[in-house]
Write a protein that binds this ligand. Structure first.
Ligand code: ADP
Length: 265
């Protein structure tokens, strides 16, 4: 009988506990949902004016560019860079919100990695030029792969963006890929290497944490948010892959992503 009574009270306590927890959590969940919706809407709304600004500057450059003084040219170049890094931040925020809520769609397709890399590097053309950084694509041969193209594209953006951001003027950023396969698996290795400031050993682990930045004073002037690598890691893991980094302070860093591929045939 005693055991029965104890069990009864235990069950009642558990049920009451659960109800109380649910009630206590409700305002927290509601405010989280509101906050998430707000960030998603704000990010979405910001994309259009950013595209309009970018297109406007391109038109001005095309029509009037030749008449500009070197000062005006450098102002325009700074404006373009601010627009590019803000667009990247907005895209990162949107990606994070969609992933957290499980909304991120999965689209697997066959595509040429060489073409994707050439396209991506082209979009970093003006910023690398402004910093006199040599952008090098180590590959020449097309490579058809079957995986989620948009995710690979975003990974490349995050890693190349960082490589340029953390490499002083006159440095070099190189990108390469290779396939490794055995009888069952095929793995894609993508490498982004820079000759930049590097990351100390103790901090290497932390750079993948959300909102973590090694040098917080940079955040104001280099479009740094501490989101890129945490999203990168999340994307790689959603592809069942891994991301590795090796780095030497004042020499440079090398980020390698390894993604298992779907066989195309
Ligand atoms: P951020 O927006 O600050 O660049 P990330 O999550 O992309 O955010 O990177 C986190 C931190 O890792 C950065 O603030 C920077 O200190 C360091 N980091 C990332 N990539 C590099 C790199 N290629 N070279 C040196 N440091 C890097």
């Amino acid at each position: 009988i005693l055991l029965g009574i104890s069990l009864f009270f235990l069950i009642v306590a558990l049920i009451v506990g659960q109800i109380m927890t649910k009630r206590a959590m409700k305002p927290i969940i509601n405010s989280y949902t509101l906050q998430t919706e707000f960030i998603a809407n704000a990010s979405h709304e910001l994309r259009t004016p950013l595209s309009v600004l970018k297109a406007g500057i391109e038109v001005i450059e095309f029509e009037e560019g030749k008449k500009f003084s070197s000062f005006s040219k450098s102002v325009l170049s700074d404006l373009k860079e601010e627009i590019r890094s803000t667009t990247q931040l907005v895209n990162n925020l949107l990606f994070l919100i969609r992933s957290d809520s499980g909304e991120q769609a999965t689209v697997v397709e066959s595509f040429d990695l060489l073409e994707l890399m050439q396209q991506t590097l082209r979009s970093f053309g003006h910023i690398s030029e402004a910093k006199k950084i040599k952008l090098k694509l180590q590959m020449q041969n097309p490579l058809i792969v079957c995986t989620e193209k948009e995710k690979v594209k975003q990974l490349l953006y995050i890693l190349i963006d960082n490589a340029i951001k953390y490499t002083p003027n006159g440095g070099q950023v190189s990108v390469s890929y290779k396939l490794k396969s055995d009888s069952q698996n095929e793995q894609l290795y993508i490498e982004v290497k820079d000759t930049g400031i590097g990351i100390s050993k103790e901090l290497l682990e932390r750079i993948f944490d959300r909102f973590y930045r090694v040098d917080k004073s940079r955040s104001r002037n280099s479009g740094s948010s501490g989101l890129g690598l945490s999203i990168g890691k999340f994307i790689v893991e959603s592809l069942n892959g891994t991301i590795e980094v090796s780095s030497t302070l004042n020499k440079g860093s090398k980020f390698t992503i390894i993604i298992p591929l779907l066989k195309t045939n």
